[in-house]
Design a protein around this ligand. Structure first.
Ligand code: DQA
Length: 147
């Protein structure tokens, strides 16, 4: 299974930004943790981080062309207002899971609205790095659990 994982604006600053919310661990730690789990589960994972909306859209398009099986995306603040990312997710027609490290419903009001949620199969928020792992697990098992 090929899963493409996207992290949006400011997530490269994990471990430095608002540590009280996002913790001490860095983006490199997240990268390592995801790769380790993916290797264990035989998942072909590609990680992409960008602070630029258009680059994220291009990577979503590329994911469709290279026939990825699924997308896991933490679009950062873009989740709250980017109709362009929403349209890109809807256009590529790949099962997509939205991630937030923090609980966006327990923070400022503007964070409680995600414009990408409706085009994703589900959302994991507030569970920190584990959210990415749980999403990978779900995607691997999604057609097996009900059998
Ligand atoms: C975030 C939540 C967003 O509101 C914020 O803009 C981020 C990170 C999270 O992972 O909790 O950059 O997506």
């Amino acid at each position: 299974m090929k899963i493409n994982i996207i992290n949006g604006p400011n997530l490269n600053l994990l471990g430095m930004r608002e540590k009280n919310i996002y913790g001490e661990k860095t983006y490199q730690d997240l990268h390592r943790q995801i790769k380790k789990y993916a290797d264990k589960k035989n998942i072909d994972v590609s990680l992409f981080q960008s602070n630029i909306e258009g680059e994220i859209i291009n990577f979503l398009h590329q994911s469709m062309h290279e026939k990825a099986d699924a997308i896991i995306i933490n679009a950062g603040a873009l989740s709250h207002y980017s109709y362009a990312i929403r349209d890109a997710i809807a256009s590529i027609n790949l099962p997509t899971i939205e991630i937030h490290l923090s609980n966006i419903y327990a923070r400022e009001k503007f964070r409680a609205k995600s414009v990408i949620a409706e085009v994703c199969i589900g959302q994991v928020c507030g569970l920190g790095f584990d959210g990415y792992i749980l999403a990978m697990d779900f995607l691997c098992n999604k057609n097996k659990i009900a059998e």
